[in-house]
Design a protein around this ligand. Sequence first.
Ligand code: PLP
Length: 398
Amino acid sequence: MQLARRIRQIPPSATLALNAKANALKAQGVDVVNFGVGEPDFDTPDNIRQAAIKAIEAGFTRYTPVGGIPELKEAIINRFQQDLGLTYKPAEIMVSCGGKHALYNLFQVLFDQGDEVVVPAPFWVSYPPMLMLAEATPVIIHTREENGFKLTAEELKERLTPKTKGIILNSPSNPTGMVYSRQELEALAQVVLAYNLIVISDDIYDKIIFDGGSFANLAMLAPELKENTFVLNGVSKTYAMTGWRIGFAAGPAQAIAAAVNLQSQSTSNPTSISQKASVEALTGPQDFVNEMVKEFAWRRDYIYQRLLEIPGVSCPKPGGAFYIFPNFSAYFDRLKPAAGQSHSQALAEYFLEEAKVAAVPGAEFGEDNCIRLSFATSRERIATGLDRIREALEKLGK
Ligand SMILES: *Cc1c(COP(=O)(O)O)cnc(C)c1O
């Protein structure tokens, strides 16, 4: 059967084979340390779970308004106001089936065939395929490790063409953990304003920031920027709610209405029960978030220090999220990648086979020198995994 062109142009994930191998090892009873996870290793807090149970028992199990219940929109609006000083109306908010779905809807209504959209690399794996599904052209800009993998105004300016319509920013970043400062955003803002770009600000990790650092996005910098910015967030990472599938976007009402219209013809409303649980997440006690961030900060310190102790490994210190993105390229000349395999894929495969450690090759994120390690796993497993990585690299070095 000949499948549609739009899906044929999306290459299958290169890590699928690696994942299958890791799972096969686990099924054989091999103890694999998993640094590949993209979600918090915490359970959803009890108050949130109870709110969902209450919703079920109260019969809150029917269709809701497509773009989200008024109560949840109000909770989202209040948090934007309190946390970021951003003022939105209900018509400027869309609740979707996860942050990913909100992004998908936005790309579909904002971008047309041939529109160029800037994606700084290293990038979250889903941006390029999602843009391609909207028939837009991802313009990948490689950022530099010595700049902490942050895009500079000069790098952005160089790649703009009359077709450039938008830019995606993700801070704190998946996969690098880097966080843009206000000053760095102000420099980018000059270019964004001068060229009238649409900004997609993926803020899904905005509450997971270390060392007392503060969060900023482009919408917060000036009213003219807010008019062209879509702020993306959700409950998945902050409240350990990845399976509940609630994400949201805030931005200009006309585009939000169009995205809700698209949603009405595809998924309809996000799950009624999850919406009630998300109201509790956003309005209830926030101690859980503080505790989780404290734990991630401890692990970040530990994993960062252990990696720097390995000869030849370099790595910017993550300021947020729960990933670290070490550069292992010093070891690449000792590996022989298979045909069609990149260096980071070859090293990830070596880690799995030799060290029984699973991690995601940097090539997936557009940066082949690195490998993404997630520290959303226990202190003990992190320690074991790093012992094994170190040993495997020593073996390569000989
Ligand atoms: C996890 C993640 C999302 C959205 O996740 P959902 O579970 O769909 O809400 C968006 N952007 C990045 C960078 C992520 O890591």
